[in-house]
Design a protein around this ligand. Structure first.
Ligand code: AMP
Ligand code: MG
Length: 346
């Protein structure tokens, strides 16, 4: 090799080894918010010009609205509602690729968690009053009979269609559809060629590309479950998603006991002892599904499950402190980004 060639090769090698330089702040940052999926959808785009940012935000909104129309159990005409209406009749319901993908992901997670996560938990969610109704304590006999309707093995999925085996069975994508919607929103924004973006559906976020300050990542706050307006910690995400399941999102109290909307399908009852779980994953569907699954598995079994099944995911559990203030000992962090999660408790 000539000396000039050798020098060029060295320069190339140096370029390949150096981390990419942050490109500097993008020219434009645009934020929008719309009510959708029973919550607020917020989107931020960073771009070279306002028209590109606007295009990206409109595409994100369209993507989320479409997921809601396909998968909401609050809409009788959605694919999931039609599938539920046909439960136990033997009839198949045709599914769009998106709904089939979410159902497949939910069934995979159900299998991997031994049923701690279960998309057929619908009848129990309704019985406890977490599907638009009033919170109530169903009698144990009712819980037992509904538990017989819950089980991911009652779902058949294949060839773009699905059916539920038992009459009265019902899918509920409340634990996973928002994350999938974030994935579709990110894909739609990326397709417009925008520099970067952040999408947020009721506290579940996904980010990609260049942040508004042109730095290396998007700072994400982790809420304090007992003071949800405050943050308990932060993590800086370059890309991917963070989803939080909290016992303060939907709950009721009877006799001083808090009953919250994450149900352990194995007992048929709301999970006790956990206040919040945040899951940080490469994609929104995983983060959302796992935030709920790890809430059920809890901070004792959860970290080992994560290491064995999803070593790419980081999670933060906050134990229910009862009446006293939160303490650092209530917080468990596990996973590859554990060092980058800063917890700010006295
Ligand atoms: P998230 O806020 O993502 O944890 O989702 C909670 C919602 O998921 C609840 O409101 C129910 O609709 C549903 N859900 C509750 N328990 C479970 C469970 N064990 N597996 C799957 N979905 C659940
Ligand atoms: Mg979830």
């Amino acid at each position: 090799m000539t000396r000039a060639r050798a020098a060029a090769a060295l320069v190339l090698a140096a370029c390949a080894a150096a981390p990419p330089r942050p490109p500097g702040p993008p020219a434009v940052r645009l934020d929008r918010a719309w009510p959708v999926m029973g919550t607020l959808f917020r989107a931020t785009a960073t771009a070279a010009d306002p028209a590109s940012a606007r295009r990206a935000l409109a595409a994100a909104r369209t993507a989320v609205v479409r997921v809601d129309s396909l998968m909401s159990t609050y809409r009788p005409e959605s694919e999931v509602s039609r599938l539920n209406a046909a439960a136990g009749t033997g009839a198949w319901t045709r599914l769009s690729a998106g709904t089939a993908a979410v159902l497949a992901a939910a069934l995979d997670l159900a299998r991997a968690t031994g049923g701690a996560f279960d998309p057929t938990v619908g009848p129990l969610v309704r019985a406890w009053g977490f599907h638009g109704g009033e919170g109530r304590l169903p009698p144990p006999a009712e819980v037992d009979s509904l538990r017989a309707l819950v089980g991911w093995r009652t779902v058949e999925l294949g060839g773009g269609r699905a059916r539920l085996g038992l009459p009265g069975g019902a899918l509920d994508f409340g634990a996973i559809a928002k994350g999938y919607a974030l994935d579709r929103a990110v894909a739609a924004m990326r397709a417009t060629g925008v520099a970067g973006g952040m999408v947020d559906l009721g506290g579940q976020v996904a980010v990609f590309g260049v942040p508004p300050d042109g730095g290396r990542g998007w700072p994400i706050g982790i809420r304090d479950p007992r003071r949800p307006e405050d943050v308990l910690g932060t993590v800086v995400l370059e890309a991917g998603s963070a989803a939080t399941s909290g016992d303060y999102e939907r709950f009721f109290e009877i006799g001083g006991t808090r009953y919250s909307h994450v149900i352990d399908p194995r007992t048929g009852r709301p999970v006790r002892g956990v206040a919040q779980v945040t899951a940080i994953a490469p994609d929104g569907t995983s983060a959302d599904g796992l935030s709920t699954a790890l809430f059920v598995l809890g901070p004792t079994a959860g970290p080992a499950w994560l290491a064995a099944n999803r070593p790419d995911v980081t999670a933060v559990w906050v134990a229910d402190p009862g009446g006293r203030p939160l303490d650092p000992a209530d917080v468990t962090v596990a996973g590859p980004m554990a060092d980058r999660v800063s917890i700010d408790l006295p």
